[in-house]
Ligand binder design. Structure first.
Ligand code: AMP
Length: 286
């Protein structure tokens, strides 16, 4: 590593570096990640680099947001490669703690952000958002940034973070950045690496179905049940694709809508073989 990008593993050295930068009058942007970085993550880093003097990225695969049956053990860990990418962009500090550093013996506190965490991903992954909210609040305590950057790709997560920041008076401005997609439209995700070539092809059905929803609404269809049926037909053509949910919610909420009358987010979770993919699209009525 050059002196330009510092790698820290402990809370104490991370805090000390940030406090010194703040005393020197620098603004801090923060991008929490689980690593295995792709262009989606890097777009958040670039947004932070533009907006703040110093950018901090955390790389931590957080065990408390995975259920025992999920992919925590095999989640891709590529710290060396991640560091090279972050160094190239001009990231100031990378915080890559161990699990023991983040959760020493005796850690028990869990953050429950309430109803926003209940449906959709909350239904499918009951303890997921408590794990996310808890680790993000811990990271915010360790990295008291001016601004933090999250991706629209994880729509419900953005609502959870905003609720957390608002309810617990966290003095960090949250910015949500657009979803970065592969050239054919598949939303970038560290989990795409799990897909076999044929699953990768079928995974495009998420984006196709979201685009179909947008098109149908543009053509005047407002009945959500009808739109969902047509979206489902796209997945029916793929034997490996199992839809967990397709939901239409009022933009900025998890409130389901039955008829589209204003800005709406279509969000879905689909299993492609063993890989669970999520995506969403904000659609508007003309
Ligand atoms: P993760 O490493 O999956 O926890 O993601 C870290 C951050 O990157 C989260 O704020 C995600 O929403 C964001 N992110 C992941 N994929 C994308 C993407 N394709 N486009 C934009 N942001 C993304």
């Amino acid at each position: 590593m050059t002196a330009a990008t510092r790698l820290t593993h402990t809370i104490a050295e991370t805090r000390a570096a940030i406090q010194a930068a703040k005393r020197a009058g620098k603004t801090i942007g923060f991008v929490p990640t689980m690593g295995a970085l792709h262009e989606g993550h890097l777009s958040l880093v670039e947004a932070s680099l533009k907006a703040c003097d110093h950018t901090v990225v955390s790389v931590f695969v957080n065990p408390t947001q995975f259920s025992p049956s999920e992919d925590f053990d095999c989640y891709p860990r590529e710290l060396e490669k991640d560091l090279q990418l972050l160094k190239k962009l001009g990231c100031w500090l990378v915080f890559a703690p161990s699990t023991d550093e983040m959760y020493p013996n005796g850690s028990e506190t869990l953050i429950d952000v309430g109803s926003v965490a209940g449906p959709l991903e909350g239904d499918a992954r009951p303890d997921h958002f408590a794990g996310v909210a808890t680790v993000v609040l811990k990271l915010f305590q360790i990295v008291p940034a001016d601004r933090a950057f999250f991706g629209q790709k994880d729509y419900q997560q953005t609502l959870v973070i905003k609720q957390l920041v608002s309810d617990l008076c966290v003095p960090i401005e949250v910015t949500i950045c657009p979803t970065v997609r592969e050239s054919d439209g598949l939303a970038m995700s560290s989990r795409n690496a799990y897909l076999s070539p044929s699953e990768r092809e079928q995974a495009l059905s998420l984006w196709k179905s979201l685009q179909l929803a947008q098109q149908l609404v543009r053509e005047g269809m407002t009945d959500v049940a009808k739109i969902k049926r047509q979206m489902q037909e796209i997945f029916n053509q793929h034997t490996g694709a199992n839809v967990e949910y397709i939901a239409f919610v009022e933009d900025g909420t998890v409130q389901p809508v039955e008829t589209i009358t204003g800005p709406t987010v279509v969000t879905l979770a689909v299993r492609m073989g063993k890989t669970r993919l999520i995506d969403n699209l904000r659609i508007t009525v003309d």
